[in-house]
Design a protein around this ligand. Structure first.
Ligand SMILES: C[S@@+](CC[C@H](N)C(=O)[O-])C[C@H]1O[C@@H](n2cnc3c(N)ncnc32)[C@H](O)[C@@H]1O
Length: 284
């Protein structure tokens, strides 16, 4: 490998995209590949990439209508949108882009801006079930952010599916950042159900196997996870899985924790197959 030459960026658990958008904005990659098992996210990214102006128009109308309503009508509007969004789920063909996705992406963004704490959570049937958020004047349309995200997505292929499928895009000129659902720190704090599928220790092992496979292709790899040693210093789960690699512990703040008393600094893990030499990883 030519030292330092990275042509492709791959993020197999893209989620809200904070890292992807930052990294793709900061470096000139030939191509990027983002994956998520959550089809709704993949749908929304596809719409932002392909039809951003139509999406902006719908969100502009929704914002104007919603902000002009009385508080109890706002709540009614929220639940009507949530019901429609859940009912239409069954008719979506997830692997085939079509224009009906634009309205669905607008609904998802509206729900995200107006629901409780901006959470994304589904029930066992896969229905979005976060309640109304009671914000006075939520900003629903972020026009310039959507346009700049759309421009960034131009060099990016957006894939629905399991993280393991990303291997096909990885070679020695690739950087892969893995941000999987975190391993719960203890039995009660487990916040791993981003999707109906969940993510258990067997998935963590599957991921470690993939890490090893991509390492042998010569790619640069970085993975973040929770540090079990915060709770149990004798828990060597990640040391065992990633014994051939570099494990850094970095202080992090947990943004989502229903037990307010436990917010604050704890360590998280950053695992790489190269020496980082980075001491400030505060963006993670
Ligand atoms: C910790 S979040 C990623 C957060 C992201 N880096 C961000 O900035 O928002 C984990 C993501 O992994 C996705 N996920 C869960 N299981 C997966 C799987 N088997 N394959 C791919 N993605 C998966 C979830 O839907 C979720 O979006």
């Amino acid at each position: 490998m030519k030292e330092g030459l990275i042509e492709t960026y791959v993020e197999p658990f893209v989620g809200g995209g904070a890292v992807y958008f930052y990294v793709n904005n900061s470096y000139a990659f030939d191509e990027c590949h983002i994956y998520d098992i959550n089809e709704e996210l993949v749908l929304a990214y596809s719409v932002v990439k392909n039809d951003v102006e139509e999406l902006i128009e719908i969100l502009r109308d929704v914002e104007t209508t919603y902000l002009s309503l009385e508080p109890e009508k706002k709540e009614k509007f929220f639940y009507e949108t949530r019901n429609r969004y859940n009912e239409l789920k069954r008719s979506i063909q997830w692997y085939k882009y079509d224009k009906t996705w634009i309205q669905r992406a607008a609904d998802l963004i509206f729900l995200n801006r107006t629901c409780f704490n901006g959470l994304y959570r589904v029930n066992s049937k896969g229905e979005f079930n976060v309640p109304f958020g009671r914000y006075k004047n939520p900003k629903i349309l972020h026009e310039e952010v959507l346009r700049s995200d759309s421009a960034l997505l131009e060099n990016t292929s957006i894939h629905p599916g399991d993280f393991s499928e990303c291997a096909q895009h990885v070679d020695e000129y690739t950087f892969v950042y893995f941000d999987p659902p975190y391993r719960p720190l203890n039995k009660t704090s487990g916040f791993t159900s981003y999707s109906r599928e969940g993510f258990d220790d067997d998935d963590q092992r599957r991921l470690a196997d993939l890490f090893q496979r991509l390492d042998s292709k010569g790619a640069r790899l970085m993975l973040s996870n929770s540090d079990p040693k915060n709770e149990d210093p004798a828990d060597h789960f990640f040391e065992d899985l990633y014994s051939d690699y570099f494990i850094d512990r970095v202080p992090a703040r947990r943004a989502i924790n229903c037990d307010g008393g436990r917010r604050g600094e704890i360590n998280e893990l950053v695992i790489t197959n190269y020496r980082t030499g980075i001491t400030n990883l505060s963006m993670f």
